[in-house]
Design a protein around this ligand. Structure first.
Ligand SMILES: C[S@@+](CC[C@H](N)C(=O)[O-])C[C@H]1O[C@@H](n2cnc3c(N)ncnc32)[C@H](O)[C@@H]1O
Length: 330
């Protein structure tokens, strides 16, 4: 089954291949998909050619991704407002290809942006999946930029207004979490979830293997990168987070599908945890990185890495340890 694809990453557009996978063969779909927020070329999933996108205007040349995306949410044209609709159409296209490939009762985790995850959810519901929860991946830190309104008013010479608006900012609160939509493929109407688990080996969660600091995990997942974890992709996800989601919902040897695998983190996590994987990546450089990362995982690596899985302290604990250290050093 799936011989051509099993434990491989294919360097191509996933939509050329998804329909070729065996029906009902995938145990988990876990994917950090393009968020549709125009963070880079690979994230533009609409026909908007507006000159402010991706730093195409002279004023944006050489600016960081953050500045390039610094377009007002209000949009500058109707085309800006269509971006969400076109993103949803793109999601629906590949979600409908994936749907028949999933086992009945299997789970799906899709990473998304806070501003666009509703489009993913609409698409997945429209093709037949059921939304189960929205998890929050809580990051250890977040860039926060919110311009001071008083500074802008001062530059305009509106000094009285600047005083009136002192302390006010333009922007959002620090974006410390990213949503992960959790779906289930429905199982046979009339049967029970337990019947389906006995039939298909999917649909339950393994809490005992996924304890965090000796407690059951909540739907807020705090994971960061380990200090020795190399960053290959601007949207890379921590290996520990991917391992957690895989261990939570699959058994060893089961198949994890990631159609948008980037630098291969899902496959790396699947290999380390003894699961099988199928991956696709359209960009040749990311694809090559993913293959190299996989080659580095030898049996030895697997053993040593497994020993310290899920021991990452929570942010709260980190703060306490930091305070303790500081006290000790005084
Ligand atoms: C958010 S990134 C994934 C990053 C990944 N989680 C990691 O840790 O490296 C999404 C990836 O999807 C790829 N991609 C976009 N459209 C694709 C398509 N149609 N088929 C396959 N890959 C695609 C992009 O090149 C990008 O690397």
């Amino acid at each position: 089954m799936n011989e051509k694809y099993l434990n491989k990453i294919i360097n191509d557009d996933c939509t050329n291949h998804l329909s070729l996978l065996d029906d009902g063969s995938i145990d988990l779909l876990l994917s950090d998909i393009p968020y549709g927020i125009s963070i880079d070329d690979w994230d533009v999933l609409h026909n908007n050619t507006n000159s402010a996108l991706l730093g195409q205007s002279p004023a944006q040349l050489g600016k960081s991704a953050f500045k390039r995306r610094g377009k007002p949410i209000n949009g500058w044209s109707q085309a800006d407002r269509n971006i969400g609709i076109e993103y949803q159409e793109w999601c629906t296209k590949w979600a409908s290809l994936v749907y028949p490939k999933m086992k009945s009762g299997s789970f799906v985790f899709i990473f998304g942006a806070r501003r666009t995850i509703h489009r993913v959810i609409n698409s997945f519901e429209n093709v037949g999946f059921l939304i189960k929860d929205i998890l929050a991946w809580k990051k250890p830190s977040a860039h926060h930029r919110a311009q001071k309104l008083s500074n802008i008013l001062e530059k305009r010479g509106l000094l009285n207004k600047a005083t009136e608006w002192d302390g006010w900012r333009l922007g959002n609160l620090a974006p410390i979490y990213e949503p992960i939509a959790w779906f289930m493929k429905p199982y046979k109407i009339g049967g029970t979830i337990t019947d389906n688990i006995l039939l298909n080996d999917v649909g339950a969660i393994n809490l005992s293997d996924c304890q965090i600091n000796d407690s059951n995990p909540t739907n807020i997942l705090e994971f960061g990168f380990r200090s020795n974890e190399i960053r290959y992709h601007e949207a890379q996800k921590p290996e520990d987070l991917m391992k957690f989601l895989i261990k939570l919902t699959t058994k060893e040897k089961q198949i994890v599908l990631d159609p948008f695998i980037g630098s291969g983190t899902t496959a790396v996590a699947a290999k380390i945890t003894g699961r099988q994987f199928i991956g696709f990546e359209i960009n040749e450089d990311f694809f090559k990185t993913a293959v190299l990362r996989l080659q580095e995982i030898t049996n030895d690596y697997k053993r040593t890495y497994k020993a310290d899985i899920f021991v990452q302290p929570t942010l709260f604990e980190k703060k306490i340890n930091y305070k303790r250290k500081k006290k000790k050093n005084k």
